[in-house]
Design a binder for this molecule. Structure first.
Ligand code: AMP
Ligand code: GLY
Length: 423
């Protein structure tokens, strides 16, 4: 089969690495990809949110399946575009249609879905500029800290947590009246603060059946001890040690099953990954958010633990025969450590040469923001290279990744040295 994979991060390099092990694969194309994907696939330089361009690439390269990495093409309706096009409608797309992608594209939609189906999540209300005063009144009913969320996609920056009610009122005005997050904050969700430890759970569904993938925990903050600004993710660990059997049984019963059944009851077709952001409060799971894709860098630890041929799994997702698949999971722990550009997640420079990658032989090297120029690998983003290792537990795996991260050299390189500190 010829496959087109959309995206350009560490998640996509990992997907490409896993797909390229399939005996069913003929040719893999990645658009736009990075230096890592260019070594195992053909990169296509196109705008993945211009669906006419994607269509041309699909037809020119005789593509049999399209796999969507990031959320924006999904939220923009790429799957629907394929279904509505006579030349594309029979080419399976792994990633949900626009309606289902609204679970990530609108926090208010996701909250209503959870309420409708009895899925545990923080109490909330939604407000617009017209209901600002009601928003202030709702804040008065909550205990601090106050959680304010822009309804729409805001590049991971749309959630603000404030300890002080005056600040929360000001922030609410800022979001609703001054469009702090553009159109994304036309509606703002205010919710109860939940105190606990976070983890991510991943499900692949064909709309009828589903498979639960390994759990993962990512480290979102730039600074050690989980301090400072949010990033896309500074590293990840799988499995999550505190997600033991009893807890996961609750996650399955209270969250995964009602989510899949809720989609069916609401007539929301879904073929693809569901990423459920969870928080463990005491012994109970609550949903923080849904995403309609795999996480990054969670993918860098989840996929290496799946032993199955990923293309066979995707074919089953496309044919609605996921029930025929038995997932085989590596018992070992996998961790990934992300190296990032100095200054990230604020302003940073690109174009520095990356050295030492070839000397890493006992870890997996996944490229995130990299490009290749004159046979040199250069930094090309905030998150640059993820180093994934296995171990009998996350502590052993981390030692290996840290040893190898030190072999990587580029100007301004930074990484967190304390992953797993909270476990
Ligand atoms: P989200 O974009 O919805 O995942 O939110 C970003 C981050 O804000 C989450 O990863 C949590 O750390 C935090 N957060 C979101 N909602 C809540 C909540 N209700 N209580 C506590 N923390 C939250
Ligand atoms: N690592 C979090 C995310 O992919 O959204």
């Amino acid at each position: 089969m010829n496959i087109l994979l959309l995206g350009s991060g560490g998640r996509e390099h990992t997907l490409a690495w896993k797909l390229s092990q399939s005996p069913k694969l003929q040719h893999l194309f990645v658009a736009p990809g990075n230096a890592g994907t260019s070594s195992i696939a053909t990169n296509l330089y196109l705008n993945i949110n211009d669906f006419d361009e994607v269509k041309k690439a699909v037809l020119n390269n005789d593509i049999h399946m399209v796999i969507i990495g990031p959320e924006d093409p999904l939220v923009n309706g790429i799957h629907d575009y394929f279904l509505q096009d006579t030349a594309l409608k029979d080419i399976p797309v792994i990633g949900p249609e626009k309606l289902a992608a609204t679970l990530e594209g609108s926090k208010d939609f996701a909250k209503q879905f959870m309420m409708r189906h009895g899925i545990p999540t923080a109490a909330y209300q939604s407000f617009t500029a017209e209901t600002l005063e009601k928003g202030f009144a709702f804040l008065e009913t909550l205990k601090p800290p106050y959680v304010l969320k822009a309804d729409g996609l805001a590049a991971g920056k749309g959630v603000v947590i404030l300890a002080d009610i005056e600040e929360a009122r000001a922030e609410l005005s800022h979001m609703l009246l001054e469009s702090k997050f553009g159109k994304a904050s036309t509606t703002v969700v205010i919710e109860e603060f939940l105190s606990g430890i976070e983890l991510s759970c991943f499900v692949l569904t064909d709309g009828k059946h589903y498979k639960v993938l390994p759990t993962a925990k990512d480290y979102k903050k730039i600074g050690e001890g989980d301090r400072g600004l949010n990033t896309g993710g500074m590293g990840a660990i799988s499995p999550v040690p505190f997600a033991e059997e009893t807890f996961m049984a609750k996650v399955n019963k209270q969250i995964i099953v009602p989510t899949i059944q809720g989609l069916q009851k609401d007539n929301i077709p879904y073929r693809g990954f569901i990423f459920i952001g969870l928080i463990k409060v005491g012994e109970d799971p609550f949903v923080i958010e849904y995403n309609v894709r795999l996480g990054d860098p969670e993918t860098e630890v989840i996929l290496p633990r799946i032993k199955n041929d990923l293309l066979t799994v995707f074919e089953a997702a496309a044919d609605q025969t996921l029930d025929s698949i038995d997932l085989e999971i590596d018992e070992r722990s996998a961790v990934t450590v992300m190296t990032v550009s100095g200054g990230y997640p604020e302003a940073y420079k690109k174009g520095y040469e990356i050295q030492g990658l070839e000397s890493i032989t006992d870890s997996l090297v996944f490229h995130a923001g990299t490009t290749i120029k004159d046979n040199k690998i250069l930094t090309n983003g905030g998150r640059v290279i993820a180093v994934t290792s296995f171990g009998k537990d996350h502590v052993e795996a981390l030692q290996k990744s840290y040893r190898n991260v030190e072999k990587i050299g580029f100007e301004g390189k930074y990484y967190r040295k304390d992953l797993g500190f909270d476990l």
